[in-house]
Design a protein around this ligand. Sequence first.
Ligand SMILES: Cc1ncc(COP(=O)(O)O)c(C=O)c1O
Length: 309
Amino acid sequence: MAEELTFPPGCAYIQGKFVPMSEAKISVLDWGLLRSDATYDVVSVWEGRFFRLDAHLDRFEASIEKLRLTLPFEGGRLSAILAECVRRSELDTAYVEMILTRGVSPTFSRDPRDAVNTFIAFAIPLGFVANEDQMARGLDIHISSISRIQPGSVDPTVKNYHWLDLVAGLHEAYDAGRENVLLVDGAGHVTEGPGFNIFALKDGRVTTPASGVLEGITRRTALELLAELQVKGEAAPLPITDLKAADEIFITSTAGGIMPVGRLDGETVGDGPGPLTARLRELYWAKHTDPAWSVALSELPGMSGDGLG
Ligand SMILES: Cc1ncc(COP(=O)(O)O)c(C=O)c1O
């Protein structure tokens, strides 16, 4: 007998219906599964408020267009579906994912234009890339020998599931006794890690890789907060050697916000988690209750019944 799978609490929207996570299933013929032919986005809800929802929806819609996919409903309905997933999950703080896959081709044809695109969304508890202990002392990061998939092959600004390089990198990091990984570009620069962007502070100036990475919404937020603090921050090539000489390093992700890096390949970064990272973290969380940066669940439209209407 197959072992019974367990799922996190939450609520999904799939095939036009709201269901518990255990019932959110796709066809084995979906191109999303067979070809990683899909795009997605993840937005967080913190104490009942979506953080930068518009920025996530804009990125999702831009990704959809670049992959020549089509949402099966008017774009305006998206936020209502996401809000309803959160409401029905009864979570106050949530990880909210929206996915559009190429879907199933009724004849199993090899032509992507024949497939019927499939929309899925779900809300589950929000987890952080770094746990509480790692947040305090900073993550121990391994710089991998593996290159992130080339931007000439897969457009990294389209949020995608091409993660085999990132997952292989994670195994490499664990084998080396480290906690997380950063991939390179094959030309001496760092790119990004599994679900996060990287930032380095050196001599009062902060740099995050300009290309070959997902343009994270938290990355954008960090750059905006740096401007607010009147600290120089820019997207530019980040050589591995510069990263190793940094005074402070932090990573950014919807899953945890701005998180300190304490060690790089076993060496302590500067004096450990530094004051700029701490200040940015403070500001980042303060913005979560600011109406200019967040919207309450109660302000978003609802959906009645099973969601088909
Ligand atoms: C490859 C990759 N880079 C960076 C990020 C960070 O993006 P965001 O700040 O929008 O969560 C993610 C998020 O999942 C990601 O998958």
